[in-house]
Design a protein around this ligand. Structure first.
Ligand SMILES: Cc1cc2nc3c(=O)[nH]c(=O)nc-3n(C[C@H](O)[C@H](O)[C@H](O)COP(=O)(O)OP(=O)(O)OC[C@H]3O[C@@H](n4cnc5c(N)ncnc54)[C@H](O)[C@@H]3O)c2cc1C
Length: 471
């Protein structure tokens, strides 16, 4: 019987555990143990119910176009619980000189596809509008890695970076457009530049194809009862005796044919180890036995974030602008990076007589927010909502979630670092790395990487042949 240890019980570790459990149930002779330092599983996926509202502490949904999360939900019996975002109400605002300005229709991420909407939008100055028009003639190009800011500036100018690219990336990655790698974060745009030169020309060609196919699916998918539902359904399918909560792994040491894993004051031998941790935490465990790999992993930075949910009565819901929420460019000098009007983004999140707003703070430029006490964070959020939305009403409830070092930053050179990490990892038998530090921070990417880690380790311990026989 082969034994595999999984360290970390976020969605990456849980996906790896579920993949192993499926094999075990099919008759593959293996045992696994999942170690989680916290008293609960799920990592940054956590859902609270307050006053009839469904409050997400971390991720609230996943991108529909990445299939791995929805596929897993179907496998664990949640296919009928999947819901799409309410895209008919999709409108996002940018705070510009203290006022909310709608991102014009016809912008896909930051690539304009319909000129007229852009032409009349107050979001961009006349000179940026000219740049946008000229971008059509951008020559094909395939440069070395560069920051998202530099890539976007080459195509549309600095204003597009400040007003759109940077706030979007701060909202998604808690990151900084001048540090994040365009190859790691926006690989599709790099490919579009390589094949078409102009992103707009590439997008128009792509849109043509999409128009000829079926109607567009919703941009985001979630679960009726929140993201925690996915965690609970996976956990319900795992072997309860394999789950070690409140058990931080302190050390792992490779031996001739496996690993000695020390956790909770005890050590045990496993044939393989899957580290489903933030890269820095994985580096800590590898620092003595594999220092070169540990040092590469330490080089992947993480940012922290705070989410604040505020519930209000019906009057507030009626007074808010329509749409999904707003983003705040750095030059506005605020600490709230983005806010979601949750009651508009998804049905089933708030009753008709409630408004639910979720604000994001922190990111790579404001780590210090994490040190503030709850009442100070709330004071800042309420003051900035007053300035931005004129919202002075007393919230019916508030919830604050702190996520220290939870968001990987794929800075320039990230993909080259991953190549070095992979080369070093392959020299170490029976070690897999999964988590949001490597090839995608979104929930679907983490699920895919967890499943791949499980497959890699099954092959490593010689069980892929057994699986093939069973199939
Ligand atoms: C505020 C926020 C909002 C987000 N929104 C979205 C979104 O809407 N859509 C989307 O797709 N993605 C979103 N993401 C990203 C996505 O949720 C995460 O990238 C993903 O859930 C990370 O999962 P993970 O398992 O890799 O890591 P984590 O969830 O961080 O799990 C790692 C686990 O390892 C445990 N651990 C650490 N050290 C040890 C140790 N030594 N021993 C044992 N256990 C240990 C930790 O306690 C933790 O439970 C968001 C992230 C955040 C923080």
């Amino acid at each position: 019987m082969k034994g595999i240890a999984i360290v970390g019980g976020g969605i990456s570790g849980l996906s790896a555990a579920f993949a192993l459990e499926e094999q075990r149930r099919a008759g593959v002779p293996l045992q696994y143990v999942l170690f989680e330092s916290a008293p609960r599983l799920g990592g940054v996926l956590v859902t609270d119910r307050v006053d009839g509202c469904l409050v997400e502490g971390g991720a609230d949904s996943f991108l529909t176009e990445k299939p791995w999360a929805a596929d897993l939900c179907r496998q664990i019996g949640l296919g009928d619980q999947l819901i799409g975002s309410n895209d008919a109400a999709r409108k996002t605002y940018i705070l510009l000189k203290g006022k909310l300005v709608a991102i014009p229709d016809g912008l896909m991420f930051m690539v304009p596809t319909r000129s007229l909407h852009i032409l009349f939008s107050p979001l961009f100055s006349f000179s940026t509008k000219l740049r946008i028009a000229r971008e059509w003639f951008q020559p094909r190009n395939s440069p070395a890695d560069e920051s998202v800011a530099s890539f976007v500036e080459r195509h549309y100018g600095a204003e597009m970076v400040d007003r759109l690219a940077d706030p979007l990336l701060a909202g998604i990655y808690g990151g900084d457009a001048s540090s994040l790698s365009v190859r790691a974060v926006l690989p599709r745009f790099v490919e579009m530049e390589r094949t078409h030169g102009s992103l707009r020309r590439a997008m128009v060609a792509g849109c043509e194809k999409i128009r000829q196919s079926s109607p567009a699916p919703p941009l985001f998918t979630s679960l009726k009862n929140g993201m925690q539902e996915m965690v609970d359904a996976i956990v319900a399918r795992l072997d309860p005796s394999a789950l070690c909560l409140n058990t931080a792994v302190q050390d792992i040491q490779s031996e001739a044919d496996g690993w000695n894993v020390s956790a909770g004051g005890q050590s045990a031998f496993y044939d393989a180890v899957i580290l489903a941790l933030p890269a820095g935490a994985a580096a800590k465990l590898l620092r003595t036995s594999h220092s070169e790999l540990a040092s590469e992993l330490r080089g992947i930075p993480y940012s922290s974030s705070v989410t604040v949910a505020l519930g209000y009565e019906r009057k507030v819901r009626q007074s808010l602008p329509p749409g999904f929420g707003f983003l705040v460019p750095r030059c506005e000098g605020k600490r709230v990076l983005a806010a979601t009007f949750v009651h508009n983004k998804f049905r089933h999140r708030a009753p008709e007589d409630r408004a639910l707003i979720r604000c994001f703070l922190g990111g790579s430029r404001d780590e210090s927010i994490l040190q503030l006490p709850d009442d100070e964070i709330l004071r800042i959020v309420r003051e900035e909502l007053r300035q931005t939305l004129g919202l002075v009403a007393e919230p019916l409830f508030t919830r604050i979630f702190r996520w220290k070092g939870a968001m990987a930053q794929y800075n320039v050179g990230h993909l080259e670092r991953l190549e070095r990490v992979e080369r070093l990892r392959q020299q170490i038998p029976g070690l897999a790395l999964t988590g949001n530090g490597y090839r995608g921070i979104g929930v679907p990417d983490c699920i895919r990487s967890g499943e791949e880690a499980a497959e890699q380790m099954l092959a490593k311990v010689g069980l892929s042949a057994v699986i093939a026989r069973l199939l």
